[in-house]
Design a protein around this ligand. Structure first.
Ligand SMILES: O=c1[nH]c(=O)n([C@H]2C[C@H](O)[C@@H](COP(=O)(O)O)O2)cc1CO
Length: 140
């Protein structure tokens, strides 16, 4: 599948190790992660130094073309919130993952739409298992 992985950049990089593990797992399963660069350890590599307009046009085109979105939402991010809404309005399946115990906006935890799933995880292994379940039935 062509997957859009969404995670915080400007919002903060505290959860970067989890982003890297998730992207590596998706790629090991044989999926194409359109936004794999976002998991890079260096913010410069993740951001790529593009102009804002170029980022917006590229990322919205990827969101329109992808098969599903996987968002790590433990660190609040304007961009991630926007991407989730943009994908949902276009009928894309969306999985939101968050570390257990972090506070997440009710604008995410309150979504009740088919194809949308919000799932807390206690360990990285649990997050990877949840990804597997989502990808087995992305439209559920
Ligand atoms: O340089 C960028 N490249 C890029 O692709 N994004 C997208 C992808 C991420 O899923 C999301 C992160 O948003 P934010 O920067 O507000 O945390 O926005 C965001 C930026 C910087 O805002």
């Amino acid at each position: 599948m062509d997957l859009y992985f969404s995670c915080s950049l400007t919002g903060g990089r505290r959860d970067q190790p989890a982003y890297a593990a998730l992207v590596a797992h998706l790629q090991a399963l044989g999926h194409c992660v359109l936004t794999a660069h976002l998991a890079s350890e260096s913010v410069a590599a993740a951001d790529g130094g593009l102009a804002p307009e170029a980022v917006f046009e590229r990322d919205t085109a990827w969101l329109r073309g992808c098969d599903a979105v996987i968002a790590e939402v433990s660190t609040p991010s304007h961009g991630v919130g926007f991407e989730i809404a943009y994908a949902l309005e276009r009928g894309k399946p969306v999985l939101c993952l968050a570390r257990e115990g972090v506070r997440v906006s009710k604008m995410l935890t309150g979504i009740r739409r088919s194809g949308f799933s919000f799932q807390p995880y206690a360990t990285l292994e649990e997050a990877l298992t949840r990804v597997g379940g989502f990808l087995a039935e992305p439209g559920r």
